[in-house]
Design a protein around this ligand. Sequence first.
Ligand SMILES: [Zn+2]
Length: 150
Amino acid sequence: MIRHFSIKELVPKHIYEQWGDMSWWFLDFRAIKTLEWLRDELGSCTVNNWAWGGSYDQSGLRTYQFYQQNSLTPKYIAKELVAESFSQHKYGRAFDCKFTNHKAEDVREFIKTNWNIYGYEWPITIEEDTNWVHFDTRNRPYHKVYTFKQ
Ligand SMILES: [Zn+2]
């Protein structure tokens, strides 16, 4: 079913080390299908790359470690922060994609132009004004492309 990505690319290292292939349980099926669609249409893209020594570890499923990596926050505080977070990443419904051959802005244009014609039947939400392509499959009322800015 998943042709282009291994689970190591989609969850943090500490999750993979604890759960192995069961880590698929934590990801939304629609988000995975959407990621595969983008990969089929636009070519190579990186979500996480920790398995190859890279620094991306929290670009798919997001855990309390995200809040530790960005500060000197103690672990218990980081866990409180993630408990209060409603990021779509926390629910396994979001990926931050770095495409090898396309600028993020061009990918967003591609999604806006093509999703309702060639994409899946569910809504997609994308973030504007970032150097990466955040998309998620949060619940929304209409089959269309929604955008937001931080
Ligand atoms: Zn994101």
